[in-house]
Design a protein around this ligand. Sequence first.
Ligand SMILES: Cc1ncc(COP(=O)(O)O)c(C=O)c1O
Length: 379
Amino acid sequence: MKFATKTLHAGVHPDPETGAIMTPIYQTSTYVQRSPGDHDGYEYSRTHNPTRTQLQDNLAALENGKWGLCFSSGMGAIDTICKLLKPGDEVIATNDLYGGSYRLFTKVYEAFGIKFHFTDLSNTDNFKNLINANTKMVWVETPTNPMLTIIDIEGITALAKSNGILSVVDNTFASPFLQNPLDLGADLVMHSVTKYINGHSDVVMGALIGNDEILLERLSFYQNACGAVPGPQDCFLVLRGIKTLHLRMERHCENGRIIAQFLREHPKVAKVYWPGFTDHPNHEIAKRQMKDFGGMMSFTLKSDSIEDAHSFLSKTELFSLAESLGGVESLCGHPASMTHASIPREERMKSGLVDSLIRLSVGIEDVQDLIDDIKKALA
Ligand SMILES: Cc1ncc(COP(=O)(O)O)c(C=O)c1O
């Protein structure tokens, strides 16, 4: 099946009892057994739920993986990956990453004796130089959040493989439509399903997808033992959202391309970060590993003033000022004071995340209306 067919058909099937074409919401916590242990694979909904099973199978297909696991949030999924580590282990992560991932690594798992190194992984040598006998995992987020740097997934995963290091890609920004890290050698793909995959800003959820059966066994053990699972209603909503993922992504990319170009030509804008520009430092890698360049971008103002950035953010009407991204509606945000506030200023500055940086999640509205909104807010 091609991607557009998989969004609708992979992993899902009509309800065997009624023929209902849409996956039912199995709103149940438990399942009746014929005699102890004699059941149809479902005994308790933390462990398995049929609505969740169909979503997990669908997500696995979208990422060309063998299995998928869903969690109650993206952070719940990342937390589960961290449980694969033990005291003394070291992790090498990109230095431009979601603030919540940075917070979980440094404020929760460092206290358990795990060491995290943050470096610019768009230069593969930075990864190579930090590898030692304790390195157990490399954490890649590409495109990075919010600088839209592109990391060479094949380059990093090849190096990880030859050193026995688990490679994980947070594929939230790209979505499975634009990029499939497992095909590029990654061991695990992580998604904040909350974003493009669900796409309608009405669910918080996370997912992990992979091929390795031992990883599945360990991660599904933690999924059940620790219990950060999504409810069936949310799984239903995400299955519904996925049915238009390919169409939404096409429009996000189309609108993103036009808005990035518009911003670049605007006299008040200093720099636009978007991997589709041919002079973006990692454009060639983006072209190689992504299908298109997406609707996420960041820009700075020539005045480089935080007041001017705040003024822009409070004047837009169609671009709503809000945390999150990847929904059908356009959003704008100020990473330094919102999504990335948990990263110390010096750490942020190292990756170019200056105080005046504005991030846009370009939605699927009429692009001329979006341009008019930006024009007015920059006036
Ligand atoms: C790139 C990225 N990874 C992970 C997360 C965490 O996901 P969630 O908010 O679903 O817990 C986010 C949330 O913004 C994100 O942007």
